[in-house]
Design a protein around this ligand. Structure first.
Ligand code: 13P
Ligand code: SF4
Length: 298
């Protein structure tokens, strides 16, 4: 059985598998750790293993490599990328910084290593609020997710420009979908990821990262929850809460890149070790600083 062979190779090679909540259920089930972007970064930085096999998209494996430079980091499928992270280039950010030398740059973890290297501090959806509040008296640029940026700008009085990037999965959500879901499920609570547009977030009962959504649903007494984030999260939600009902806000909440990784790819990456991630040292040194500042402040 494929799972047995993966487990055998993991042991033989001293490898650990990290998977994001948006991965296929069988990939999550074979992983040693499943988590959100912040949790997986912390594990990558501290885990005792020779090889980290990442099941997710490229910026996550890059982050693992930056935080654990002495480990071999593999990305299960080397073409899996985050379209939002690619919506700002280092050239664009460099040009912006030349024109606005007074603005501190806060980058979402969904960004390339080069963009992290040009930023003052990195954030994830779990700690963005806390970190932005620390910087509330500064002039800021937030890259690349306009939606998480606009959500924080709406909540607090901050001088922050937002880069016009977006997650193609969450950006498509609409107020009408939320209203329709509420009509269909009268007593349900609506939980939405902050990568969704502000008007949609205003309709939610709870806004949070993937881990925060799981935590909220697992500690609240409602029976039914409407979920406004990528469908992979239904697996841990249902596993943790077998008595509760989880309804996806719309069936199109599926990330093409997150879903590229199949269990066969996990086996192949472990067998061949041919999908290694490298980050040039000059970029890694600077990107590590913005990630370490995040860890200190969160
Ligand atoms: P979190 O798991 O940190 O909430 O991130 C969501 C995401 O879109 C990752 O690509
Ligand atoms: Fe990027 Fe959105 Fe896919 Fe996450 S869900 S990897 S933010 S496109």
């Amino acid at each position: 059985m494929i799972q047995e062979e993966i487990n055998r190779l993991k042991k033989a090679k001293n490898a650990v598998i990290l998977a994001h909540y948006y991965q296929h259920a069988d990939v999550q089930d074979i992983a040693d750790f499943v988590g959100d972007s912040l949790e997986l970064s912390k594990i990558a930085a501290s885990v005792d293993a020779k090889i980290i096999l990442f099941c997710g998209v490229d910026f996550m494996a890059q982050t693992a490599k930056i935080l654990a430079p002495s480990k071999k980091v593999l990305l299960a499928v080397s073409t899996a990328t985050c379209p939002m992270a690619n919506m700002i280039t280092t050239e664009q950010l460099r040009a912006y910084k030349m024109d606005h030398p007074d603005r501190k740059v806060v980058c979402y973890v969904n960004s390339t290593a080069g963009v992290k290297a040009l930023s003052d501090v990195c954030v994830t959806s779990s700690n963005a609020e806390k970190i932005i509040l620390r910087l509330k008296d500064e002039k800021l640029l937030y890259v690349p997710d306009q939606n998480l940026g606009n959500y924080l700008k709406d909540k607090y009085i901050i001088d922050m420009e937002c880069w016009p990037g977006y997650c193609c999965i969450h950006h498509q959500l609409t107020v009408e979908q939320v209203m329709e879901a509420r009509r269909m499920h009268k007593d349900a609570l609506v939980l939405i990821h902050p990568e969704a547009p502000l008007a949609v977030l205003k309709q939610a009962d709870f806004v949070g990262s993937t881990s925060q959504i799981i935590e909220f649903a697992s500690t609240t007494s409602a029976k039914t929850y409407i979920i406004g984030t990528e469908k992979g999260i239904l697996h841990p939600l249902q596993k943790k809460n077998p008595q509760k009902n989880f309804v996806l806000l719309t069936p199109s909440l599926s990330c093409f890149d997150m879903k590229l990784t199949r269990i066969e790819d996990v086996l192949s990456a472990l067998q061949k070790e041919d999908t290694e991630i490298f980050v040039p040292e000059d970029i890694a040194v600077l990107a590590r600083k913005s990630l370490q500042t995040m860890m200190e402040w969160s």
